[in-house]
Design a binder for this molecule. Structure first.
Ligand code: SAH
Length: 363
């Protein structure tokens, strides 16, 4: 190779950059005398850097410069008679492979992020996606108390209602998550059985959307009640004269949710019957306490279940995530004449509203 370069210089042709760089590296390694100026210039042109501490020695060119087909260095390569077409092609292939890998890594990272967060607020709720994610990430930082979490949600304008803040302040989220789970981070957390407890900002959002339908004495239904946290919030809002019903299809989660509520500020409602937690298929609702002023669905349905619309009171409101990969949080209002108005509130990511078997098998 060294011979080829020397021949080229002798013929007054600039050496091919890659070969020049490689020759330099070789010369550097073997403490050879300083190479001719043309060789140096060609190598420096493709990124070989003189080593400060060892004059005459060079660090090789960055790989990106060697392989990138669209870069000027690559065009030089392509025109060089010293670099075979095969080498050029393989450089291009390596570059293309790396680019595809990079794109795949970015897509996978985005998918993982969205799967971990059961809700992706973006344009729909006002701010750009990044700002919202940053907000939520920031919201979870360094918070180690329920009070701190509620204050952060308020400070960032995610929670505006005083009533909702009061209820979320009284109900310690730490009592509802499995041991060892960071309870006050604004993120959904796994609770077992392929289910999650929703992120605090999502609980706050749903409570605010339903606030007018969670007045004292009203009836509220929570489908996919999981940990029982939101059902307990409903009970605190509708009070002892009201009725808060949770329906969850994993019996073990229902048993755990009963224990969670018993430890919490909502325990008296469970004891006195204003709050009840049931094992059942939530797609069928819970006719026993229908019609409901408020229905919340904590899992994404492929479409709005008719049984739930039927169990909504005229003037009632249902908040339900709908969709598969792309989901919208829909707000369904039943008008006084029984007709339905629906609007999308925001883009979200929830676990599916499905059969117990499908969920236990991982959907
Ligand atoms: N809102 C709850 C849990 C949300 S995760 C909380 O924040 O704690 C969604 C829950 O819906 C899971 O617990 C899951 O088991 C339940 N689920 C899914 N499909 C269901 C169905 N068909 N009937 C009842 N519950 C269901």
């Amino acid at each position: 190779m060294k011979q080829k370069v020397t021949d080229r210089i002798r013929r007054n042709m600039p050496p091919a950059p890659a070969v020049a760089t490689r020759t330099l590296a070789y010369a550097s390694r073997h403490r050879a005398p300083p190479p001719p100026p043309k060789l140096l210039a060609a190598a420096v042109a493709v990124g070989a850097r003189p080593r400060k501490r060892s004059p005459g020695r060079f660090a090789a060119a960055p790989l990106a410069l060697v392989g990138r087909p669209s870069s000027s260095s690559s065009r030089l390569f392509a025109g060089s008679s010293l670099l075979s077409q095969m080498e050029v092609t393989s450089c291009h292939l390596v570059w293309e492979y790396c680019s595809i890998q990079f794109v795949l890594i970015v897509i996978t990272a985005a998918c993982c992020a969205s799967l971990f967060n059961d809700d992706i607020h973006c344009c729909a709720c006002g701010g750009p996606l990044l700002t919202e994610i940053q907000k939520r990430y920031w919201t979870g930082r360094g918070i180690n108390s329920n009070k701190g979490l509620v204050e952060q949600l308020q400070n960032y304008g995610i929670m505006r209602s005083k009533k909702v803040a009061e209820v979320m302040d009284k109900l310690d989220r730490g009592l509802f998550v499995p041991e060892g789970t960071p309870a006050y981070v604004d993120s959904p957390m796994p609770i077992g059985y392929n289910a999650t407890i929703s992120a605090p900002h999502m609980h706050a959002t749903c409570l605010e959307l339903l606030e007018n339908n969670l007045q004292p004495g009203m009836h509220a239904l929570d489908i996919g009640s999981g940990t029982g946290y939101l059902t307990a919030c409903f009970a605190m809002m509708v009070g002892p004269q009201g009725c808060a019903v949770g329906v969850e299809h994993i019996p073990e989660l229902v048993a755990d949710s009963v224990k969670n509520v018993q430890r919490s500020a909502a325990a008296p409602f469970l004891k006195e019957g204003a709050l009840s937690l049931h094992v059942g298929d939530g797609r069928l609702g819970w006719p026993e306490h229908a019609p409901y002023d408020a229905i919340h669905v904590g899992a994404a349905a492929p479409e709005i279940p008719k049984a739930l619309v039927d169990q909504l009171k005229p003037g009632g409101r249902m908040v339900i995530p709908v969709g598969n990969i792309f989901q919208d949080l829909k707000v369904v209002d039943k008008n006084s004449d029984g007709s339905i108005s629906v609007h999308d509130e925001t883009s979200v990511r929830y676990v599916p509203l499905t059969s117990r078997d499908a969920q236990l098998k991982g959907f």
